[in-house]
Design a protein around this ligand. Sequence first.
Ligand code: ADP
Length: 500
Amino acid sequence: MTSTRDGAGTLAGVQPSLRAWLEVSRPMLIGGVPVGDAPPLAVEDPSTGLRIAEVAIAGAEHVDRAVSSARAAFEADDWRWLAASDRGRLIRAAAAVVDRHSDELAQLDAIDAGIPIGLSRELIAAGVGSLEYAAGTAARISGDALAPSGLPGDRFGARVLREPLGVVAMILPWNSPAAMLLDKIGNVLATGNTAVVKPAEQTPLGALRVAELFAGAGLPPGVLNVVPGLGSVAGAALVEHPGVDAISFTGSTVTGKRIAAAAAANLTPVSLELGGKSPALVFPDADLDAAVETVAGNAFLLSGQFCTAPSRVFVHRQVFDEVLAGLCAVAGALVVGPPLDPSTTTGPLISGAQRERVLGLVGSGLLAGARAACGGDAVDGPGHYVAPTVLTGTTREMAVEREEVFGPVLSVTPFDGIDEAVRLANDTPYGLAAGVFTGGLATAERMTRDLQAGNVWINCYNAFDPALPFGGYKQSGRARESGTAAIDRYTQTKTVVTAT
Ligand code: ADP
């Protein structure tokens, strides 16, 4: 236990109960019990670079204990065998407790991941909405009763039952720590599974607090375990663990491939929500003001550290100058600053390393002939800030145009016709999302048909709903975890044929 923190300036802005929570070195949560017998990991506020908390960091032995606890909870009477309505009720109770603590969780994500407080509140509220939706999923799980065509109908009856998978390992990224867990955990639990969560090493706090709140709402011990740790240690131990029945990974494509390879050794099913290099296409018949606001608002959302960020903007040549000027005007009006300041629209990047990477990609593009219409450099200050940046003149040969930047950077490129727009948009190994801005039905339909992306937004962007499946084409992922896809993803079928 430590009584002072280097980041005391940051903590002065958070509510007293959260400040007190952060003063104590946070243990892992395994089987409903706090486990602190492990070395500490310092947690940094990315807006100052200073330490705000520390957590116990899991080794392989803690991961093993967490998987055993999750297994025991899965096999106990009080989770998967609960009446679906009772399981749904527990998830709804958890949603209500989280909702009551939503300000606290929003502050926690803000200081842990650098999310501007207004956005952080919206993300937590969306997470509560996902939980409430998932509470209903518990009662929506149904099987089939069939009269098999090849068996005599009067002598055989067949049923297809749906059963949970077992222990689900959830590996999470740093860009919206508590909010993303809230978004994803409901469907895992509603379908009767138990979970071991490994949050990102940069942002372990939100998952720990969410698990405490769930326990307070009556979730049985061991149903939700949290083991903060390094990807190469706790993460690797978790995905390689033979006691894990399914893996849900959200993060970079590089790590996703590594995890898929590790999972293959045990034939563990994996869902992967990976990176993107999403296009936004602006046609001349669009409501240009709305298109500009939407594209820029979403490209710079969370300082571009959002997997669906519209980072490649293709604009019809007729309206190119107007749209470019509009994007720069929005970028220039953004307020870059500390996350807890309510006027901040754009916070820091997660780490100094991430800032260096982003500036390196931008710099190499500029050296190769791209131009910064605005931004292009770091913002002074102790935190890891990069100015909102709009590039023109980028080419497919430049890494900044090819790779996921995960920073407040977009490129704008003109196109002349719809075929060229389709070709440019699809010319990427990623396929997470795409935005189309047009007033024409035919254009919208053509783009819907031809865009290779798991999510196509027309005259809107980042329009999420817990009822809708979300995920990527190509190297942006595999499988869907949300909405109508959740039951398929988190259950398996058992076919039962009965002779009568
Ligand atoms: P980034 O590169 O942006 O930090 P990653 O995709 O590497 O993001 O990380 C996302 C999550 O994956 C984090 O929780 C991280 O600890 C975890 N992770 C990283 N490497 C591995 C690995 N080899 N096995 C399991 N988890 C990993």
